[in-house]
Design a protein around this ligand. Structure first.
Ligand code: NAP
Length: 286
C-alpha cells in the first residue's frame, strides 16, 4: 500500500479513468476520482468497484470556482494534504479546422484558465514533495507555433504568467478581429486546442519555478489515445496511456521537474521548435 492521496480531474472516462485505475492497481491508498457530473462520476466508480478497485468520488467542475472551493474545503477537513494531482480534464474544439470565438474562448477557459483556478485553491493543499502532472498534448509543444515573436517570448527562461495570458489573448483577439493567420501555426487544425495546450506546457515551467517545497510539476503528452475526445480513434488504449502519468506520479526521479514528457516517458525539449512531432493524421480525427 502506498500511503498517498491522489486527485485526478475529469476522471469519469478516458485517460483520467485509466490513470485512476492504475493508481488503484499500484496500491495508492486514497485515490479521488473527480468529475463534473455526479452521475457519470459515481457510475465510473461503480465500474471500478466491480473490478476490485475503490477510488473515492468527489464532484469537481474545473471551470466552476464554487465547485473547486467545495472540493478544497472537503479535502482540507479530511486529509493532511494531497500528494499527487493530475490536471487531466479538458475539452476538444467543436470543429476540426474552423475557429469560432465562442468555442476558442471555451477551449482556452477549460483547458488552460482552469489550471490557474485549481492552482489558487488546490496548490496550497499540496504536501511538500507532491507531484503535479499537467496533461498537455503533442499539440502543446512549442513547435506547433510558427510565429517568431511568440516562440521567442514563450521560450524565455524568465517566462511569466503574464506572457502566457498575453499569448492566449493575442489568439482570441485575432479571432474576434478577423486578423487570425493560419501561417502562425505549423498545424492547420485545432488552433484553439493548440493555443490552450501550449499555454499549459509553458505554464508548467512557470509553476515549477515558483512552487517550491520540493514539489515536481511536469506536463505530459499522453499519446494518441482511443477516447471520446478522439472519437475512438487513436494508437493507445487508456490503460497504455495511463503508464506515463502514473510513472510521473510515483516513479520518476525528483530531478525531473518543469519538463515536458512524452507518452513513452522520455523527456522532450519543449522549446526545440526544430522537432517534428506530428503523428496525428489530420484526417484521422475528422
Ligand atoms: N485522447 C488523446 O489522444 C489525447 C491526446 C493528447 C492529449 N490528450 C489530453 O488528455 C486528457 C484526457 O483526454 P481524453 O482523451 O481522455 O478525453 P475525454 O475522454 O473526452 O475525457 C475528458 C474528461 O474531461 C472532463 N471534463 C471536461 N470538462 C470538464 C470540466 N469543466 N470539469 C471537470 N471535468 C471536465 C470530461 O467530463 P465529461 O465526461 O463530463 O465530459 C471527461 O471526463 C485531456 O487533457 C486531453 O486534452 C488526449
Amino acid at each position: 500500500m502506498i500511503d498517498k492521496v491522489a486527485v485526478v480531474t475529469g476522471a469519469n472516462q478516458g485517460i483520467g479513468f485509466g490513470i485512476i485505475k492504475l493508481l488503484c492497481k499500484r496500491g495508492v491508498k486514497t485515490v479521488y476520482l473527480t468529475a463534473r457530473d455526479e452521475k457519470r462520476g459515481t457510475e465510473a466508480v461503480k465500474i471500478l468497484n466491480s473490478e476490485g478497485f475503490y477510488p473515492v468520488f468527489h464532484q469537481l467542475d474545473i471551470t466552476n470556482e464554487e465547485s473547486i472551493k467545495k472540493f478544497e474545503c472537503y479535502m482540507k477537513n479530511r486529509h493532511s494534504g494531497i500528494d499527487i494531482l493530475v490536471n487531466n480534464a479538458a475539452v476538444a474544439c467543436k470543429t476540426f479546422s474552423e475557429v469560432t470565438y465562442d468555442d476558442a474562448k471555451n477551449v482556452i477557459n477549460v483547458n488552460f484558465n482552469s489550471i490557474l483556478t485549481i492552482e489558487k485553491y488546490i496548490y496550497p493543499l499540496l504536501n511538500d514533495n507532491a507531484r503535479v502532472i499537467n496533461i498537455s498534448s503533442d499539440s502543446g509543444h512549442l513547435s506547433k507555433l510558427k510565429n517568431k515573436y511568440w516562440i521567442e517570448r514563450l521560450s524565455r527562461d524568465d517566462l511569466q504568467l503574464k506572457d502566457i495570458k498575453d499569448f492566449t489573448s493575442w489568439f482570441l483577439d485575432s479571432i474576434k478581429n478577423n486578423t487570425f493567420k493560419k501561417e502562425d501555426f505549423t498545424w492547420k487544425f485545432l488552433y484553439s486546442y493548440v493555443v490552450a495546450k501550449i499555454a499549459v506546457s509553458a505554464y508548467t515551467r512557470v509553476q515549477q519555478r515558483q512552487t517550491g517545497r520540493g514539489i515536481c510539476v511536469n506536463s505530459l503528452h499522453p499519446g494518441f489515445v482511443k477516447t471520446s475526445m478522439t472519437k475512438g480513434t487513436g494508437l493507445l488504449t487508456i490503460e497504455e496511456a495511463a503508464e506515463a502519468p502514473v510513472y510521473l506520479a510515483l516513479d520518476a526521479d525528483t530531478s525531473i521537474r518543469g519538463k515536458y514528457i512524452w507518452y513513452d516517458k522520455a523527456e522532450v525539449d519543449w522549446a526545440d521548435t526544430s522537432l517534428v512531432l506530428n503523428y496525428v493524421d489530420e484526417h484521422t480525427m475528422k
